[in-house]
Design a protein around this ligand. Structure first.
Ligand code: 4AD
Ligand code: MG
Length: 467
């Protein structure tokens, strides 16, 4: 049969195929070629799975000098017979009949010619690192988790809402914002008093990249009941940590008629369901990551799925931290925000399971969180995960117009910018709640990678926007 009439098969399906001894066509990238003067073995990967397909090229059909371009990194098409493998390590292999090099990769130049590059080095070749086993695994897990997010919400009656990426309100206060402008930085138009004249800007006013879709999400929740957003968010903080990105994806459900308890129940069920999905659908990739990077990974993932999260108040947590034997870099006292060392002590040392902390002092949280009757704390909730710290931040929202406008004044949030947000409290207000899950923090947790820069294809962080 000629190559043209054969339909290409994916390697993932071929590796589990049961109808053997037939001719197949595969295309992919060469991972390795080795062998002797009688036979050459080519490990072929097409990205569909972490596993390679072994192509056997006999010297009779393929003298070694004809295979020179079948080198690590080259893309090839192979026509051959799918047979039960005689060797160890795979159940099927292809006896090659025809090998066509589609794209060469000069071994002298190809950066992935050798294995074992550091993750730091791979960040500098973000255009090639998806071809490594590690990033292939991470990207497939990332895909599966994104799909699971949509599936979970769709199944549970939530509507997906698209909130704007360019925002005219800079009032959320979740972090420093990136400005969006078409004004020339060297010669911006100026008003009579010398300040920049934003009426000449594209939108006729200052605009920024959003830090969160929440406030617009609340608009939708007050109409559709249960909604979620899933989009990119941007924070111009100078946070050079393994947990922060300047551009990250956030999932933000928002639910009318939900109180804090309901919000916590949803967050716990949601997280467990996502981890369960990954365990069920990414077994090979997770096994690879477990063996390669983090021997506790699968144990940890299974334990999160099975364990009830520990729920306690901020005030209770501070009491535990004050009596902890461990020395902290930052002192703990009621009224200060918890540092990641404190969060991780609670999760990893004290409770040894995920923790949901609630009812934080109002001073350390955002203006929109519902004030408790004590007048000092708000109905906030942070979900803390092993190895990660905060993975979710959320709250019940203040639905009372007078209380909200009072909090805004106290926290210097300009009411005139958020007139529409206040309107939600004037017309048919209702208790409602929501939270934000940092998607990369979730991928970090599920893959067991150590640095958030290695779970997004093109990480943005201070002084880095290459690619
Ligand atoms: O706690 P945050 O700032 O909450 C909000 O933005 C709310 N508007 C969410 C809501 O209630 N709808 O951020 C939510 C989550 C954090 O828990 C963390 O997982 C992630 O977003 N996150 C980051 N992830 C990566 N890089 C950063 N710089 C992040 N900042 C927050
Ligand atoms: Mg937070």
């Amino acid at each position: 049969m000629a190559t043209e009439t054969l339909r290409r098969s994916g390697i993932k399906e071929l590796l589990v195929a049961t109808n053997l001894d037939r001719e197949v066509l595969v295309k992919g990238w060469v991972r390795t070629r080795r062998g002797n003067k009688y036979v050459q073995f080519i490990a072929l990967n097409d990205g569909s799975t972490i596993h390679n397909l072994q192509v056997v090229a006999s010297a009779e059909l393929f003298p070694e000098e004809n295979l020179k371009d079948v080198a690590t990194g080259a893309s090839v098409a192979v026509r051959g017979t799918l047979v039960a493998s005689q060797g160890k390590g795979q159940t099927v292999e292809i006896q090659a009949l025809e090998i066509t090099v589609l794209g060469k990769a000069d071994p002298e130049e190809y950066p992935l010619q050798k294995k074992g590059h550091s993750l730091e080095f791979l960040r500098e070749i973000a255009h090639l690192r998806p071809r490594t086993n590690t990033f292939g695994a991470v990207l497939r897990v990332r895909h599966a988790l994104a799909f699971a997010v949509h599936e979970y919400f769709n199944k549970n009656g939530f509507y997906y809402v698209h909130t704007p990426i360019i925002t005219g309100s800079d009032a959320e206060g979740a972090g420093q914002m990136f400005r969006v402008t078409t004004l020339a930085p060297e010669h911006p138009p100026r008003t009579a008093d010398g300040s920049v004249d934003f009426s000449e800007d594209f939108f006729g006013k200052p605009t920024n990249l959003t830090v969160s879709g929440q406030l617009e999400g609340e608009i939708a929740a007050m109409a559709l009941g249960k909604i979620y957003t899933f989009g990119p968010t941007f924070r111009a903080e100078n946070s050079n940590t393994a947990r922060h990105l300047a551009e990250f994806w956030m999932i933000e459900p928002e639910m009318a008629f939900y109180e804090l308890e309901d919000n916590m129940d949803l967050a716990e069920d949601f997280l467990k369901s996502l981890v369960r999905y990954a365990l069920a659908h990414c077994a090979d990739d997770l096994q690879f990551l477990n063996d390669q990077y983090d021997k506790e990974l699968l144990v940890r993932l299974n334990s999160v799925v099975e364990t009830e999260f520990q729920r306690l108040t901020y005030t209770e947590a501070v009491e535990i931290l004050k009596t902890a034997k461990q020395k902290f870099e930052f002192p703990v006292g009621w009224g200060t925000d918890l540092q990641s060392e404190h969060e991780r002590y609670l999760v990893e040392k004290h409770f040894k399971k995920p923790v949901i902390l609630t009812d934080y002092p109002k001073e350390v949280k955002s203006f929109y969180m519902k004030l408790n009757e004590d007048g000092r704390t708000v109905r906030a909730m942070d979900v803390l995960f092993p190895g990660i710290g905060e993975i979710i931040g959320g709250s019940q929202r203040e639905e009372d117009y007078t209380k909200l406008i009072t909090r805004m004044a106290e926290m210097h949030v300009p009411a005139e910018d958020l007139w529409w947000y206040l309107d939600l409290r004037k017309f048919g207000t209702a208790p409602h709640s929501g939270f934000g899950l940092g998607f990369e923090r979730l991928v970090l947790f599920v893959t067991g990678m150590a640095n958030i820069r290695d779970v997004i294809p093109f990480p943005r962080y201070p002084k880095n926007a290459a690619f």
